[in-house]
Design a protein around this ligand. Structure first.
Ligand code: FES
Ligand code: FES
Length: 136
C-alpha cells in the first residue's frame, strides 16, 4: 500500500514525540487503543489556566498512519483551547494525510486520543475546583 508524502514525512520526522508528567494538574493524558488492530496511542497536552494548550506530546505504538495522525494532531492542538481541540474530527486528519479507507481507523485513534486527553484535564480540574470549595 502506498503512503502519501505527508504520512511519510510525519512518520520519518514525527513531531512532538515524548512524555509529560501526568501527575501535574496542567497535563491531560489520553491513552487509547484501536480495536481494529490493537495499536495504542498516548497523547498528552499541557494546558494553562485559561484552557489553552501550550504543548503536546505523543507516543504511538502502531502503524505509519497512526504515527502520522498523532504527530499531525500535536501540531494542530498547540495554541488551541481545549474546547476547540476536542472538536477536531478524524475526517480532517484523514483528509490532510490522504489516508486510504483501510487506514481511516488510524485517524479515529487520534480523535479518540485528543478527546480522552481533554477529558482527563477536565476531570483533574473539576476535582481541583471541588477541593478549593471544600477548603473554603
Ligand atoms: Fe496495527 Fe496498523 S494494523 S499497525
Ligand atoms: Fe491500526 Fe493504523 S492504527 S492500522
Amino acid at each position: 500500500m502506498a503512503y502519501s508524502d505527508k504520512v511519510i514525512d510525519h512518520y520519518e520526522h514525527p513531531r512532538n514525540v515524548g512524555r509529560m508528567d501526568d501527575k501535574s494538574d496542567n497535563v491531560g493524558t489520553g491513552m487509547v487503543g484501536a480495536p481494529a488492530c490493537g495499536d495504542v496511542m498516548r497523547l498528552q497536552i499541557q494546558v494553562n489556566d485559561d484552557g489553552l494548550i501550550e504543548d503536546a506530546k505523543f507516543k504511538t505504538y502502531g502503524c505509519g498512519s497512526a504515527i502520522a495522525s498523532s504527530s499531525l494532531l500535536t501540531e494542530w492542538v498547540k495554541g488551541k483551547s481545549i474546547d476547540e481541540a476536542e472538536q477536531i474530527k478524524n475526517t480532517a486528519i484523514a483528509e490532510e494525510l490522504a489516508l486510504p479507507p483501510v487506514k481511516i481507523h488510524c485517524s479515529v485513534l487520534a480523535e479518540d486520543a485528543i478527546k480522552a486527553a481533554v477529558k482527563s484535564i477536565r476531570d483533574k480540574r473539576g476535582q481541583a475546583a471541588d477541593d478549593v470549595q471544600e477548603a473554603g
